[in-house]
Design a protein around this ligand. Sequence first.
Ligand SMILES: [Zn+2]
Length: 267
Amino acid sequence: MREPRSYATQSIILKHADLGEADRIVTLLTPYRGKLHVVAKGARRPISKKAGHIDLLSHCQLHIASGRNMDLITQAEGIESFLHLRTELWHMTCGFYLSELVDRFLEEHTIHQDVYQLFLEALRSLDRDALTVCQQRAARQLDTNQEHGRTQLLLRSFEMNLLSYIGYEPVFRTCAHCATELQAVENGFTPALGGALCPNCSHLWAHPLSVNALKVLRILQRTAWASVPIFRLDARLHIEMELAMHGLLRYHLERDLKSWSFLEMLR
Ligand SMILES: [Zn+2]
């Protein structure tokens, strides 16, 4: 069957690159067509009507014409622009990090409705959290540690789900080497085996993984983000979980992500 000459799709904007004098190549995540690269003609002109709707991280409705080399955006309407998220540097950087993850892990044209929904819900959470931070700051009740802690957990939850959806589900219930059930003691962790190791298998080549880190990671693994309880975790525990999850991501991608150093600086 021939491809239709034009189509409409909801999209989240993952990435921009300049093309020629005034155009842009836009990387989109769509629910039913996966990740796409399309051209937005004239999007860098100040008078462009499309430009505002295709900002990074925007959720929009696009009309796209099939082109010989690349498809073209013919019409763009905003659905959600996540304005609060854009006013808080920390939350915006978290959003850019999630979009970098999605872009790195998903191949073009591979359909992942689960990842699309996960990303959209995460952006909505970040936007709500950014609004809360704004309001707390206005009322002088801001507890930055707690607020950053919540978004750090959101990032871990996102990483966990993303890996599971694309077939790299982290192993946190049984030992990733001998498959015995893990006990509430200090276990180990090895990205190359995909998760946690029992004390017997850990002693050779694993980093230690504390009881609390394992407990929280397991909760994140089996709980949708909206139902994850509000924890008060200390900074060391956040860093331990971040190192474990980043270890897994680095192992699968065989590289670091650009956003990591910036997130670390802001944290
Ligand atoms: Zn074992």
